[in-house]
Design a protein around this ligand. Structure first.
Ligand code: MIC
Ligand code: SF4
Length: 755
């Protein structure tokens, strides 16, 4: 598992020359984000791309990380690329496929059994191609990366939208689809549209009940789920320096919820402490030597308005704890206003479950702060009213907090410790409920709370808060309780109040672990065999997608006009479907089943234009495919928000959808569509969304002269014989147009590797 010190040295060696060149070329002081980006421009681009006016830029990331649910597809693609070994250090983490049901030990052993085929596949591919493999039980990708691989001033990509977690240690870490990971592992440059920069100045200092989580809950409220699109968020100021590295990780992690490309903090004492605490003092030493490059220039932070596209200031001293939700992570409520909001909106007051942990919030500090509340419940004779679960982020943290007695405290207050895995956060939760039709409330310290995400139940109102607030709420079992001001009645009938939580940033006795769960790859993997059973329901080798036919695309049926929020959870649901992530045809049976049909306000019920009948989306599309008829999906704003899962792009591609036409896209999803050779276009005038009728036959023209920046035309043939036509925009650059023409980026890589 050894981190690659030589690699880090090489990265740091580039800094002084690149930063000096960028200063000279732009004549400006630099933000931290620019320094890291410039230091990672791929050689070809390094000469011309300094400055922010540039569009798509090629980068050379230092690392790749993949979690099991996305790694399967990423590695199936990589296997087609024809390389003997990965070109950059890469790891696979088994965290998403473990279902939470009874408790850590039983659930982990069930998962090893149920997912054996997939784990064996991932382990053998890792062994063969030189990837580090983190076994089931080792922990959640982002926590394991923070503990082992993140380093200040580095750049990595990961096949998960919460990859930005590593920004807590000053790394530019970006969530991507598997096809992007495949490129980087194949040694190709990685392309990103040069981001806008949002600066967040933190003043003051946290105290009492307020924690790092509240910073991002507040930012989400300010920027909304779309506000960070195309931007990197850089945090700075005395308040930033006062936050622990893991607290910073929480903020960067949840930056995914505002659509940000990533978020980042500069290298500081807290980062150095965390590196030393996790046995990487030698990295801290290297970082100290280039420290001036691992933070923004002082002039930038003194006059941020001159250097960032947008600046937000938050005073940590005045910041209140927040609770966000339900159904969207940007509905932000300061705790003092939350009880009224619950009552006014008629949200279920009774809290049924509190869940802490996940990749967002399971640091030693989080656990100790929550345990300080749990301990008070015991000492003050309070009986916990709601169910309460704890998902540790890694075996390192789990082992350490168990050693230090904190897991025992949670168990004494009625908590259940789940496996070190995603579990309930991604719907891998066999929740016990007496009546799923009842409106009910849960609260988590996770990051997402879209409808049905945690337990598949549309009646569940999920809220997000810090782990200590979640713990207090779970004890109270009541969403109108304010732990800062209200009292609870204890078992003796007395009124008691919580004291403020107290935590410890890092274990006084140091982190400890018996078996962290890492497996190194073979030195020479050429003789390792990777087996995929052709009859498997869980794994399927990929067939290349077919190339563009060279003409305009005409005669398309409208598969669905999706109304309102359509996240990747609506397009390709997780939970029970995670088991098919390595089998494109099987997982395609969940395509868009969560999206709401504009014409009947119902999920998974669309009109089949061939029969006139309403039926499930996947079956309808399979019927069009069987008849050789293409279709189009129409959507609203921020289509594809949320996850990095490229299945949301591959499923429509596989089933014969030809284009996705929406008001706007979320970044990762838009790229995923392009990578798979799909046409992703946006309304030039979003009112044209209203022109689309259920029975339309649709043409897309202009494709024979498809060029960057040039609009395409959509023609609607309505059932009554009339037509409408309007312009649509796209963001394809020359390279991406080639992907479209070839039928997907992988077809091009395969061609290049073969020649
Ligand atoms: C998520 O939090 O939604 C996931 C599950 O981690 C996804 C990845 C996936 O769908 O496999 C993500 O955030 O990218
Ligand atoms: Fe896992 Fe949830 Fe984190 Fe996604 S957000 S990586 S599902 S813990």
């Amino acid at each position: 598992m050894a981190f690659d010190l030589d690699m880090i040295k090489k990265v740091y060696d580039r800094y002084s020359t690149r930063v000096a060149a960028a200063r000279k070329a732009t004549g400006k002081h630099l933000t931290l984000t620019e320094k890291i980006l410039y230091a990672h421009l791929s050689e070809g681009d390094a000469k011309q791309a300094f400055g922010r006016g540039v569009d798509y830029v090629d980068f050379a990331p230092d690392r790749v990380a993949m979690q099991d649910a996305t790694a399967q597809m990423a590695l199936l693609q990589f296997m087609q690329a024809g390389r003997p070994q990965v070109a950059v250090p890469s790891t696979v983490h088994c965290d998403h496929l473990i279902q939470a049901k009874i408790g850590a030990t039983e659930d982990l052993s069930t998962a090893k059994d149920v997912n054996k085929e997939v784990y064996d596949f991932l382990a053998s591919v890792s062994d063969k191609y030189g990837l580090g493999f983190w076994k089931p039980g080792a922990g959640i990708i982002h926590q394991v990366v923070l503990e082992n691989y993140a380093f200040p001033g580095g750049m990595m990509i990961g096949t998960d939208s919460h990859t930005p977690n590593a920004g807590g240690l000053g790394m530019i870490a970006i969530g991507v689809g598997g096809a992007d990971a495949c490129d980087v592992m194949a040694g190709l440059p990685w392309e990103l549209k040069f981001p806008k920069l949002i600066g967040v100045k933190l003043t003051g200092k946290l105290s009492g009940w307020t924690s790092a989580k509240d910073v991002i809950l507040k930012v989400a409220g300010i920027l909304t789920v779309k506000g960070g699109t195309g931007a990197i968020v850089e945090y700075f100021g005395e308040g930033a320096r006062s936050l622990s590295a893991t607290g910073k990780g929480t903020i960067c992690n949840m930056g995914a919820e505002i659509g940000a490309t990533t978020s980042i903090f500069g290298y500081d004492e807290k980062a150095a402490d965390y590196l030393s605490g996790t046995k990487r003092a030698d990295i801290a030493k290297l970082a100290d030597a280039v420290a001036e490059h691992l933070t923004g220039d002082p002039e930038v932070y003194a006059n941020p308005e001159q250097y960032f596209d947008q600046v937000i200031e938050i005073n940590l001293t005045e910041l209140e704890p927040h609770v966000n939700g339900p159904f969207t992570p940007d509905l932000a409520w300061p705790i003092s206003k939350f009880a009224t909001a619950v009552k006014e909106n008629g949200w279920p007051v009774k809290l049924e479950v509190g869940l802490i942990g996940s990749c967002t919030n399971s640091s030693y500090e989080d656990i100790t702060r929550s345990a300080s509340i749990a301990k008070q419940a015991i000492d003050k004779h309070l009986t916990t009213k709601a169910e309460f679960t704890i998902t540790p982020g890694s075996e390192l943290v789990r082992y350490t907090v168990e050693r230090d007695g904190y897991l025992g405290t949670f168990e004494s207050m009625g908590g259940v410790v789940l496996a070190n895995a995603c579990g309930p956060c991604i719907g891998q939760w066999a929740r016990h409920t007496d009546d799923p039709t009842r409106k009910n409330s849960i609260i988590t310290s996770f990051n997402r709370n879209f409808a049905k995400r945690q337990d598949g139940n549309p009646n569940t109102h999920a809220f997000v808060a810090s782990p200590e607030i979640v713990t207090a709420f779970a004890i109270a079992g009541d969403l109108t309780f304010n732990p800062l001001t209200d009292t609870l009645t204890n078992d003796k009938g007395e009124q008691v109040r919580f004291d403020e939580p107290v935590g410890i940033e890092m274990p006084i006795k140091g982190y400890a672990v018996e078996d962290a769960g890492y497996q190194a790859p073979a030195e020479d993997g050429s003789s390792v065999e990777v087996k995929v059973d052709p009859k498997s329901s869980r794994l399927q080798l990929l067939d290349p997608f077919s190339a563009w036919e060279g003409t305009d695309i005409t005669g398309l049926k409208l598969l669905i006009k999706a109304k309102g929020k359509c996240t990747t959870d609506h397009i390709s649901m997780a939970g029970p479907w995670l088991k098919f992530r390595g089998h494109l045809d099987n997982i395609s049976n969940n395509m868009l089943i969560g999206a709401i049909n504009y014409y009947n306000n119902t999920a998974d019920s669309v009109k089949n234009e061939l029969t006139g009948e309403y039926g499930p989306v996947p079956a309808t599309q399979r019927d069009y495919k069987a008849h050789g008829i293409g279709s189009i999906v129409v959507g609203d704003e921020n289509y594809g928000e949320g996850s990095s899962r490229e299945h949301a792009a591959m499923e429509p591609r596989h089933l014969g959808v030809r284009a996705i036409l929406v008001k706007s896209f979320a970044r990762i999803h838009e790229t995923n569509l392009k990578k798979q050779g799909m046409l992703g276009i946006t309304f030039a005038d979003s009112n044209d969304y209203d022109k689309i009728q259920e029975d339309d036959t649709i043409d897309i023209t202009g494709l024979t002269t498809f060029a960057p920046g040039k609009q395409l035309t959509v023609v609607l043939h309505h059932k009554d014989g009339s037509t409408d036509s309007f312009q649509v925009n796209h963001t394809y650059n020359a390279q991406q147009i080639e992907w479209f023409k070839a039928g997907g980026a992988l077809n091009i890589i395969r061609r290049q590797m073969a020649s």
